[in-house]
Design a protein. Structure first.
Length: 243
């Protein structure tokens, strides 16, 4: 008999050893070897297939591609203190069809949350929110590390300033950095490009570390996916080519 595991955020069932379909909406780098994926299932609930490697993420035939359906057999999480969305990959996922460019905006609008607080309501640790960008910049922490961050306002009118941990975005802007940093001109260019599109963030909560009490249950909110319609990348390249 197949084991049934239940997603405590929604009550939806995940049947172990049976393929679960999902669309990858966020990819975050955990270490040099491991990634974290946030994905939407057909019923609109979230899942974290654990744990793909960075090699699997970057493979030419990767199943973890934005706006592409994939399937994998998932079971109970093997992590300590798993989040509601955590499910262990039992068999290697395989890619299916990709959403057409014409349907991606409809998909984003359909699955967006009203704001960050709604995205993390209850025990949820993943969500999709529309964002108006205030600035994009690098900031050095008190520990000396440099973080890529954005200040933004969500659809509920709340303004936040969060770290971007997505794998793709830092790679896309690397050619335009000066000394590894975002210049004021580049930051303003990014702000204008994002705000000329419909910009959506896939947002996630880290596990609690007792340093962030309050609004998000002691967890650290981060941005693990950036999606714009139209795509921001061609405009960034064109603007940079023009000087």
């Amino acid at each position: 008999m197949n084991e049934i595991t239940t997603d405590t955020q929604t009550g939806s069932a995940v049947q172990a050893n049976q393929p679960t379909r999902f669309i990858t909406m966020g990819i975050s780098k955990v270490s040099e070897h491991e990634a974290c994926v946030g994905a939407l299932r057909p019923d609109g609930t979230w899942v974290r297939p654990e744990t793909p490697t960075m090699d699997e993420i970057k493979a030419e035939n990767s199943a973890f591609v934005y706006f592409r359906w994939a399937s994998a057999a998932l079971g109970q999480s093997i992590e300590n203190n798993p989040r509601p969305e955590d499910h262990h990959i039992l068999h290697a996922p395989f890619g299916e069809e990709k959403l057409s460019d014409a349907t991606q905006l409809e998909f984003l609008r359909k699955h967006q949350d009203p704001g960050a607080e709604a995205a993390f309501a209850g025990e949820r640790s993943l969500g999709l929110i529309r964002a108006t960008i205030r600035r994009v910049y690098h900031k050095q922490s008190t520990g000396g590390r440099i973080f890529l961050r954005t200040e933004f306002t969500d659809a509920a009118g709340e303004t936040y300033d969060w770290i971007i941990t997505e794998v793709r975005f830092p790679e896309e802007i690397t050619p335009y950095l000066v000394g590894g940093q975002i210049t004021p001109d580049l930051g303003e260019k990014l702000r204008q490009i994002f705000n000329s599109t419909e910009t959506y963030f896939t947002v996630a909560l880290t596990k609690p570390n007792n340093r962030f009490p309050g609004k998000f249950r002691g967890c650290h909110p981060v941005i693990i996916g950036i999606h714009t319609v139209p795509d921001y990348k061609p405009q960034l390249a064109a603007d940079s080519a023009q000087g």
